[in-house]
Design a protein around this ligand. Structure first.
Ligand SMILES: [Zn+2]
Length: 507
């Protein structure tokens, strides 16, 4: 590189550290996370008393906010797995309040919020969601899946200036953690315009890919019209280095903890004939297959949220059927999450060229998180939990991400999980399901080359080479030589397109 240096070239000394390609967070929710930055974060609170104290203090500190909002509570903190509106009423009696669970699949609201949402005993559940009720039909304050959107519709909107400021803050936060690319898993097509504004002002410090979200329940004709509209905005950007489009997000199921993930066989302790026994698939099998076939024919890249083994199979089947119907093409369809999988489906990722998009820190084996997950599905299915090692060995490609704000966007947490399969404090020794551990080089590839491949951008980024975009993360040590010390590593600097966007201050 010395030969290319000019008088204004700045030389950075990596001082024995490691320079990797810039990290690519292949599954994130940047704008959702950005909008949560001013709200209460409950993700570090693990007792009911702690939650009481934090919510009460936050409400006192923000006396003029019309709604008190936040996110990050864990199911296991509450008896029975869910909090109640009475608990929230005791803390915030006078204003509406809404708190999303850590996994973004449940919202907890108080009585004032239910009144504002006009939810009564007669309100029907929205398609794909549930307003949980007690024996007398009164809402308990728990809104699952699509019922959460009832809250989103009435929350006061941010001003455009606040929106842009928060997006910039979120990008700076990503840069601090060595992240140079983010793939946002499901946003309205209108968001391209918001980032265009940031880009025109020179305020983008993260390269983005935006997926459009498609809900079930529409006619095939309607879906085709929607896709045609979105294509006008998204398809010209399929190769744009800053703001890529061309990907479609769908949800095939929910989550294991609330028994909404779709399974091949019933949840533990449920009867075969219980209609809810296998969870909550969001799409009819035939409907999803037809939509994927059409989107595939039109050139879309499809990413399907599939957590349970039933949803994973449904996605693989639909991708396989689309390939048979539409003929050979470089497709790179993706499945997001894959928390448990049937053994016969593991080799299908490699065989079909489907990308396993996984967020390693979701596999945190902290006892209070893992126990509630294992209880739902039992030991056999749990033994195939987050099986990235098996999928990789069977020829599947991995793309790693965080799912921020579901968990922290710090990729060291995911790297540690991918490599060591233990909690940040090192439990269990030897790792949970140690057969699924990855070598450091493979875990790094999941966050770099794998993420770039998953967005058809491997000729622009994801590796270090001449002619690429010069997105780099400079670490203070060689991550490869200290697999048990990954969490202690520090990002020394982050470079996007040859520009230093973050630099660690003096110690
Ligand atoms: Zn997500």
């Amino acid at each position: 590189m010395r030969d290319t240096a000019g008088p204004r070239t700045r030389t950075l000394d990596a001082a024995g550290g490691l320079i990797t390609p810039g990290f690519n967070d292949a599954h994130q929710h940047l704008r959702m996370g950005a909008h949560q930055l001013p709200n209460l974060d409950l993700s570090a609170v693990t007792t009911i008393d702690g939650i009481r104290g934090r919510i009460a203090a936050f409400a006192r500190a923000h006396p003029h906010r019309p709604w008190i909002t936040g996110r990050g509570w864990f199911y296991h903190v509450f008896p029975g797995g869910f909090p109640s509106r009475a608990l929230l009423d005791s803390l915030i009696p006078d204003r509406p309040a809404a708190f999303e669970s850590y996994d973004a699949h449940t919202t907890w609201v108080n009585t004032a919020a239910l009144a504002q949402l006009q939810i009564t005993t007669g309100t029907p559940d929205p398609a794909g969601g549930q307003i949980v009720r007690d024996a007398s039909g009164e809402a308990t304050g728990i809104l699952k899946e699509t019922a959460m959107e009832l809250v989103d519709r009435v929350l006061p909107a941010l001003s455009p200036a606040e929106d842009l400021e928060l997006l910039q803050q979120a990008m700076r936060l990503a840069n601090q953690h060595g992240v140079t690319s983010v793939q946002d898993a499901g946003v309205p097509v209108e968001q391209f315009a918001i980032y265009d504004t940031l880009r025109a002002a020179g305020m983008m410090s993260v390269r983005l890919r935006l997926a459009q979200h498609l809900e079930p329940g529409r006619s095939l004709h309607d879906v085709e019209r929607a896709l045609a509209d979105w294509e006008e905005v998204a398809f010209p950007r399929r190769r744009d280095p800053w703001l890529r489009g061309g990907i479609l997000k769908t949800f095939l199921d929910g989550v294991v903890e609330s028994r909404t993930a779709a399974l091949l066989a019933p949840y533990e302790g449920t009867a075969q004939d219980d209609p809810a026994a296998r969870g909550h698939p969001r799409w009819e099998v035939g409907e999803f297959r037809e939509v994927v076939r059409m989107a595939d024919r039109r050139g879309w890249h499809v990413q399907a949220h599939a957590i349970g083994d039933g949803a994973v199979r449904q996605a693989l089947d639909a991708f396989e059927a689309a390939a048979i119907a539409n003929g050979p093409r470089d497709r790179r369809h993706r499945i997001e999450h894959i928390e448990t999988i049937d053994p016969s489906d593991i080799p299908r990722f490699g065989r079909l060229g489907v990308i396993a998009s996984m967020q390693p820190y979701h596999a945190d084996p902290a006892p209070n998180l893992l126990e509630i997950w294992v209880q739902q599905i039992g030991a056999a299915r749990a033994s195939r939990g987050w099986a990235w090692g098996s999928i990789r060995r069977a020829g599947g490609r991995l793309a790693f991400g965080s799912d921020w704000p579901v968990v922290s966007l710090d990729p060291r947490l995911g790297l540690n999980m991918a490599v060591n399969r233990n909690t940040p404090s090192g439990e269990p020794a030897g790792g949970w399901l140690p057969n699924e551990r990855l070598p450091v080089a493979d875990a790094l590839a999941g966050y770099t080359a794998g993420g770039a491949y998953a967005e058809f951008a491997e000729s622009d980024k994801g590796t270090l080479g001449s002619g690429l975009l010069a997105d780099l993360t400079i670490w203070d040590r060689d991550l490869r030589s200290e697999p048990t010390g990954l969490l202690a590593a520090r990002v020394r600097a982050t470079v996007v397109g040859g520009q230093v966007v973050y630099e660690q201050g003096p110690p």
